[in-house]
Design a protein around this ligand. Structure first.
Ligand code: FES
Length: 580
């Protein structure tokens, strides 16, 4: 057990929910009588920890279709441990169906999570999410509410299948779409791929954003051991759901809150896992936001520092070969971390009440092909590098393992697109004269510009170049990229174009130098000329003048700060509600 962790016990009188149910007054009479209205006796519902099951489910979230059953299994665990479970549906962020991007709504889920926990008679929470932005959204809100909380990841879907080939979410879609664009794939095979690539409930089963965030959440200490990789339709996932229900009740009695778990060392551990997995670049934005919620100072450059000393040992697509089922069978996150012991702070506390070191003490790698030995990594440095230079004074990121090595040091002519529609209309135009050595630049696709920083960063290769066999080019944007994507894509350029970063004044024909080894990205234009152009620059018109979009534009921070709302970052604590 963690030295610093005393399993203190609170008593029934200390339960937060007792403020609603215990007093002998008119208001509490109302609360108790309404429990009776719902069919609960005093024995069932009072004097027990009330556990909110925050279920990020709806009929349009394709990755969470098993959640209605999992909720029942979480409830089973809560009842078994003497708690009182209540399901509270929250905003579900479907990566596939929400437009312009689910990222626009991550902060809304975080805000909702914090407030539903605060305003209800709740002592602890099980957070049910998985599809990309649901994980950081739920965690950010739970950190700010700071009630005992445990995360139940949705788990990956089964591996895709086409004839004898195994298909990976996203990664194989991009690959086969390029073949289709190049005229190498007929409509019949394309439809067969459509039928076979997503075969069950669960999240994308490559090391995309969902898998990365689940692994990070486990490494941070916010899940039970092994939870991140259990396939969604595996019976072990049901057992994990019930175990979360049992454990959260104990966490309430132990008063084990996120603030006791999420230290600076825990965030460093999470970055080590991210780098060893060659995880999604999106994880950087989310970890920055989570750290700021937790009051942990985490500069962007910390990712690069840890990246330099962390080998990529997860052989998972898109950087490697295997899929999440294989990773689970190879031992999952505990096995991965067991190979990284020397890089981790093992005394960090987890939701189990044990330290991370205790949690991985017995872990073993079952399959060396999937979790590679440290002396045979995919890459000696970690999965994501941070670059700076005259084009990105506040930083940007690249995933070198997903790039063609010959492009990691490259100077080329910029071809500039002012927006995604502009890019769509011009990218395949022969008159543009785009060559394989050019650098494609997309701007006004960042947090403010798009807005919401969509996953537009893997710009398509022009059709005529695809037909010539070109499969990668240097691409630069202030957008994000799907964790399942690949290519030499420089992402998250900060400051973004829409707030007047240098990206705003790049012109077609300018030369740009990328040097990943030196961590540099430079616009090869005289600094006085850049300043002259910036002085004459005017910002694009705001896309929203009302509603949530307006709030987003007014309050969201830049990519290097996590894109959270300024007023939701850690400040003085929010008062508990008055109960009159
Ligand atoms: Fe839900 Fe990929 S679409 S995790």
């Amino acid at each position: 057990m963690a030295d610093q962790y005393q399993r203190r016990r609170i008593t029934v009188g200390d339960l937060r929910s007792q403020r609603w149910f215990a007093p002998d007054d008119l208001r509490s009479f109302g609360h108790r009588s309404r429990l009776r209205q719902m069919g609960y006796s005093a024995e069932e519902a009072e004097g027990r920890p009330v556990i909110a099951i925050l279920n990020a489910w709806n009929d349009l979230n394709q990755c969470h279709t098993h959640f209605p059953q999992r909720v029942q299994e979480v409830k089973r665990g809560v009842w078994q441990a003497g708690g009182f479970p209540v399901e509270i549906p929250v905003l579900s962020l479907s990566e596939m169906f929400m437009k312009p991007t689910a990222m626009l709504y991550r902060n809304l889920l975080a805000l909702e999570t914090e407030e539903v926990l605060r305003c209800h008679p709740v002592d602890g929470a099980v957070l049910m999410g998985g599809c990309d932005k649901t994980v950081p959204g739920l965690l950010m809100g739970a950190i700010s509410a700071d009630l005992p909380a445990i995360f139940l990841p949705a788990g990956p879907m089964l591996a895709g299948r086409h004839r004898t080939e195994r298909l990976g979410s996203g990664t194989d879609v991009w690959k086969y779409w390029a073949e289709r664009q190049a005229g190498c794939l007929d409509a019949c095979v394309w439809r067969q791929l459509e039928d076979g690539i997503a075969r069950s409930a669960g999240t994308c089963m490559t090391m995309g954003t969902a898998s990365t965030m689940a692994a990070i959440t486990e490494t941070l200490g916010m899940t039970l051991p092994g939870a991140a990789s259990i396939p969604a339709v595996h019976s072990a996932h049901s057992r994990m759901a019930a175990a979360c229900g049992r454990r959260i009740v104990e966490m309430v009695w132990e008063d084990l809150r996120p603030s006791r778990i999420l230290s600076a060392a825990a965030f460093d551990n999470a970055i080590v896992a991210d780098m060893a997995l060659a995880g999604s670049t999106n994880a950087i934005v989310h970890l920055l936001a989570l750290a700021r919620r937790a009051g942990v100072a985490l500069p962007l450059d910390r990712f690069d520092e840890i990246s330099r000393t962390t080998p990529v040992i997860a052989n998972l697509r898109p950087a490697g070969e295997f899929l999440m089922e294989d990773f689970h069978d190879a031992g999952g996150v505990p096995a991965l971390l067991s190979r990284l012991r020397s890089l981790l702070s093992l005394d960090c506390l987890t939701v189990s009440g044990n330290t991370l070191g205790e949690q991985i003490a017995a872990a073993q790698v079952i399959d060396d092909r999937v979790i590679l030995p440290n002396d045979r990594p995919l890459s000696r440095a970690g999965g994501t590098f941070v670059l700076r230079g005259s084009l990105a004074p506040d930083g940007c990121v690249i995933k070198p393992t997903a790039a063609e090595p010959r492009l990691l040091k490259h100077t080329g002519r910029a071809i500039v697109f002012d927006s995604y529609p502009d890019m769509k209309s011009r990218i395949d135009e022969p008159a543009e004269g785009i060559t394989a050595d050019d650098i494609l630049v997309l701007r006004n696709a960042g947090p403010q510009g798009a807005p919401g920083m969509p996953e537009w960063g893997m710009l398509p290769i022009p059709k005529h170049l695809l037909e010539q066999g070109v499969r990668d080019m240097v691409r630069i944007s202030d957008a994000r990229m799907s964790g399942t994507s690949y290519g030499t894509c420089v992402l998250h350029v900060a400051p973004e174009a829409a707030v007047g970063g240098p990206l705003a004044v790049v012109q077609t024909g300018d030369r740009i130098a990328l040097d990943v080894e030196a961590r540099r990205i430079d616009l090869l234009v005289d600094s006085a000329e850049i300043a002259r152009r910036l002085a004459g620059w005017t910002p694009p018109a705001a896309r929203f003048s009302r509603g949530y979009g307006k709030l987003f534009l007014d309050e969201t921070t830049q990519a290097d700060q996590g894109c959270d709302f300024r007023f939701l970052e850690r400040g003085s604590s929010t008062p508990e509600p008055d109960i009159f």
